[in-house]
Design a protein around this ligand. Sequence first.
Ligand code: NDP
Length: 284
Amino acid sequence: MDKIIPKQVQCDGHASIIDGKALAGKIRAELKAAGHKANLAVVIVGDDEASHVYVRAKIRAADEVGLGTKLFELDKKTAEVELVKLIEKLNKDKSVDGILVQLPLPKQINERKVLALIDSRKDVDGFTAKNAGQLFLGEEGLFPCTPCGVIEMLESVGETFKGRHAVVVGRSNIVGKPMAMMLLNKGCTVTITHSKTVDLTMHTKMADILVVAVGKRNLITASMVKPGATVIDVGINRYEGKLCGDVDFDAVRDIAAYITPVPGGVGPMTIAMVLKNLTKTIKV
Ligand code: NDP
């Protein structure tokens, strides 16, 4: 069966680009039209520039779709106990539907401890053990936004998942592992690779769906990709003042059937999925 290919750009003789920016815009428009009402508390500690950029983008996106936000900006010297108190307060606050703690947190704060405190019903990032467990069990829950965005991108090009071999490069708790579990739950045969994998190419070459989430420019070259594969590049790297992913885009697009760009691929989808999760908090 031919794939349905909405919102993507056909490159002459190359893979089709899955346009994450356009797809994210469509999802935001749908959320706006649905008229959801929910409030997101966004907590940021310290002055990391990239974190502030991400937070501003999330707040802007929420505003655009009519969802409320409350920003809590804490000093970089904030003690863990202060952040814990704030999370506990937000957990109890009935006017707050979702809580997002922007990572990374300063060194004096134990990230896992703080994230674990978030009420799992308000956990829009899907980082709590309860939500991770629900994903593992194949139940409903709030799941990490980046892999959720990847699934929507794959669905947008008619991906059928069942029986397809998906290879995930990277095994972090926020991207690689939940990504693998989502693909497994959808019926893919899944291989997870990481820094200790021997012969990465042997695995990536077998992938019908290749998701790369490492943070190393040009890690995936054309010779590592199966002809006709769908390649999703989650990585974000800065090179010569520009953003790029983990995949050698120009070379791989001659081999793959579908490919995501960086920027304009998975990044905008991650933000759209934060909003989608926020609208789900009302139901869970
Ligand atoms: P982590 O650093 O937490 O994880 C990186 C993973 O890559 C690890 O599992 C590591 O293996 C693995 N790895 C490292 N080197 C290799 C290698 N040579 N071959 C195979 N695997 C390797 O990163 P994240 O998962 O948080 O993020 C990954 C990338 O995605 C980053 O560039 C990040 O900026 C980006 N990102 C993009 C988002 C978006 O919205 N577009 C959202 C989140 C992240 P090991 O476990 O063995 O150390």
